[in-house]
Every structure is written in structure tokens, then in C-alpha cells.
Design a protein around this ligand. Sequence first.
Ligand SMILES: [Zn+2]
Length: 500
Amino acid sequence: MTILILLGQNLTRIPNHMKKLYLGISAAFMLSATPLFAQKKPAKPDPLKQEIQQTIDARFADMTQLSDQIWSFEETAFHESQSAEALAAYAEKLGFKVTKGVGEIPTAFVAEYGSGSPIIGIMGEFDALPGLSQNKVPFKSPLHEDAPGHGCGHNLFGVASLSAAGAIKDLIAEGKLKGTIRFYGTPAEEKYFGKLWMIRAGLMDDVDVMMDWHPGAETKTDVQKGLALVDFIVEFSGQAAHASADPWNGRSASDALELYTTGINYYREHIKPTVRIHYHIQDGGQVVNVVPDYSRIWVRVRDSSREGMTPVWKQVEKMASGAAIMANVDYKVTLVSGIHEILVNRTGSAVMQKNLETLGSISYTEEEQVFAKKIQEATGKPQIGVVSVIEPMEETQEHSMGGSTDVGDVSWVVPTIRMSATTAPNGTPWHSWAVVASGGMSIGHKGMGYAAKALAMTMADLYQDETLRSEIKAEFKEKKGDYVYKGIIPDGPPPLKVNY
Ligand SMILES: [Zn+2]
């Protein structure tokens, strides 16, 4: 039956002459009394995994309501009080013991059930992005002017992970699995990176394996490393003066800022193609007739590994002193936060892959395809609709590109398994209104339900197979080597009150 299944899923991507061949073979197969190939017995459905799917299906209406609620709260990093409260309340309703305000962050929490070994963790995010408020329509239409929106789909993220944990909790309660399930409500992924303070508080030290997913435009096991990054603020301080009457009394902080960014942009020629440098000018002076005595810029350096990122970071930091000398002003550099690239665990990922293949692709209604195509039209993308095909697991790239996540840090502390579920039409820009729109309607909801099932099914494998857990840990230890994890954050509490 393999070929028929293959045809059903992948026909569009098979060259025409091959299609004819496959169609011929399958037609012969269907007509022939003697099968052309030995029939493989279908794997017996796993009763625990069936129960997991039934549990998620039964709770799907609650999950949708909760994710829509978080979607409408539109709360950004460290301000996610209503979102965290709603998730924590649902965790308590499911029977978890909840500890709030962990890692010195009021919106961070841990929900736990069960006892003893193994301890399987799963993470859920719930923060929104500034300026992306959007209605549930396939064209740009802010719900609230200048308000945040869930442009990364984190409204779905936290709910799916918590629901997966809930399905495992039920199996532990019924005596069908043994051990502890722990959900981590992890705030501020989009800015500051809340997980780093949760790690520093030792909250993840005893976890055997950690689970993670992310909303996306594809459904797959995620085996790419992403990028390490560092964020820092550079401030220049000079002397204000009348810009025309006595400019010789002035020392311009905005001159320093311009010289600094000019230096950074010349430097780009001499860095490796894997490096990314971004900056955001946050203060360049207030009015035209005053020599600005203050300026501020947020700088971010990324690379595919910490080793590559660190020398560039140190050089870009040093360049601030050069700009300050030229403009005759003072300068200050403040480290905000930074994250590690992901330590991929392929042993664990292979288990996730099997579960994705068991679940198969997400199917969509005609109405959802129309919605998806309208989004693709509005964002200038090919109107192919929303597709969720399960491809074979990818090779892990030595230098993967894309974004960064504070899950990277977690993956250096505990072996971490990751996946992506389709929650938005393929090809549409991420961190955009299109993701907010899809995440607030059924395309996003379906991806959330799918992720909850895949994560819980994979966790069921982890609980039941001690050898598998040992193999996952062995790969983690081997890849980590002698490296002793140290978070790229300053000493002291997280920047809850500072709005950089
Ligand atoms: Zn995200």
C-alpha cells in the first residue's frame, strides 16, 4: 500500500513521466488478484496514543476558546499577566499543581503532576509582538490601532503544549504511565528571553527530556539549530547647546550614533555570511534646534554558533568607543540578553518524526483554502493555499539560518525535542499580520490540536522506553562535550521594569 499512500500525498511533486509509471503500477496492483508487493501488515494502533488523540479531541473546544482569549489579550514580553493567568487556571482545572512567579518573573509558572522518574518537561510561550494587532480577516486590518498582535502564533503555542501535558497527566492518573509531567509557562520569548532566568533558577535541572514546538508554515520535526544571538544597548551622552547660536558648546550624541552605525555598516564587508547584525535607533535626539545630548541604539548580533557570534559581538561593542572618541562624547554599553543556538537531538527527533507520520497531514476545508489563498494574494505569494505534508526528517545543517529562540538555551541544559505544526498558509511572512489572522481562526486552531497530539504521543514513547531516554541523553552528552552552560544575561533580576 506504500505506493498508493505515496501517490495520495505527493502526486503534485512527482514529475509527469513518473506519475504515469506510478499510476500504471498502482492500477495493476488494484486490478491484480496477486499483489505485486508483499503487503506490510499495518502497525497495531497504540491504545495509549489513541487515548491521547481522543483526549485532545474532547478538549479541542476548550483549547480553541483559551487560545482565542490569549490572542485577544495581545500581551507583550513580561506583561503577559492575563495570558499567564488564563493558562495557569486551565492547568489547575486539568489537575496540575501550579507554582506561579518562578525565575523572578511574575508571568512565569510551572505546572506539575505525578511523582518520581522520569520527569518529562514541555514548554509553552504566550507573548505577542508590538504593532501587529489584526482582525481575523485575510487582509491587513488592525483590531486595535498600534496595539500588539500574535504575529508568532504564541497564543496557540502555550495552549497546545499545556493540552499535551494534560493528556499525559490523565494517563499518569490512570496508572498507564509512570513518572512526572511538568509544563513550563515561559514568558517573554520575543524580547529579553524569559527562559534564561528560569534556567538560572535551576527549574529545569532535573528534567530528563524537554518537549517544544512552534507554530509555523510547515508541519515537521524541527532539527535545525537556528542562530545564537546577543542583544545590547549603546548609549551616547554629550552636551546640549543651541544648534545655531552656540553649536561650539555642544557635543552631539547623535553624531556619535551616526558614526557608530557607519562603522557597523563598513564592518559588514568583513564578517562571515552566516553573521547578522541588526540595530534599532531608539533615541536620536528630540528636536532640530538642540544639539542632542543623548542617543540610544539597540544592537543585535547573530551567528549560527556562539563561537562565531562572540568575536563579532565584542568588535561591535568596541566600535562604540571609537564613535564616542570621534564625537567627543561618553558612551555606555549594557548587555540585555543573549541566546544559544539549538543543540539538536536527532535520536529524540526521530521519535517525533514517527508520530508525525502516524498522525499524517492536517486536512483543510475549502473555506480555509480560500482564506489561505487570499492571505497569499495579499502578501504577494503564490496562491497554493495551506499545505501540511509530512516530509522525511531533514538533515541538520551545519550553518542553519532563520531566527533564534531561547529554547536554544534550554537545549544545552536538557535534551530537547522540537517540532513545527502548520498554523498559517505556506510562504506568508512570519511576524506579520497574516500570522495573527491565521492564528485566530481555524487554520491556526487545527495546527494547535495537531501539535498537542504529536507532542503527547512522543512523550508517551519517552515514558515507556527507558532505553530510548538513555540514548537521547547519550547523544546530548556527546554533543555537549565539556561545555558548561552559562546564560548570556547580566547578573541580577530580569529587566521587568526597564523598557529598553
Ligand atoms: Zn515564536
